[in-house]
Design a binder for this molecule. Structure first.
Ligand code: ZN
Length: 93
């Protein structure tokens, strides 16, 4: 097996369970250190849901990022508290 980046030989680094059903091997390149899976046949399945059950930080990220987005919206784009950003654009309440 060869590295997908530099074509050097790779060695098996570890195995892991993917999507709670696929036991897959991961390989590390002895030359460049690239770590990758053999064939990610499970990749499209992994992206079918926007929210992954194993993502335990999604609420914390949303709570911290809304403050940053609010600051940017207020300071750069001039949104005020009476403005609400909706799916169809800006609406004034
Ligand atoms: Zn490599």
């Amino acid at each position: 097996m060869q590295c997908k980046i530099c074509s050097s030989p790779v060695e098996k680094a570890f195995e892991a369970e993917i999507l709670q059903k696929y036991q897959e091997g991961f390989y590390k390149c002895q030359s460049c250190g690239f770590l990758g899976a053999d064939e990610a046949h499970w990749l499209s399945e992994a992206y079918t849901n926007a929210i992954n059950a194993s993502d335990t930080g999604i609420v914390a990220r949303n709570l911290s990022l809304y403050k940053i987005v609010s600051l940017i919206a207020y300071n750069i784009f001039g949104f005020r508290s009476k403005n609400v950003i909706g799916g169809g654009g800006e609406h004034t309440c």
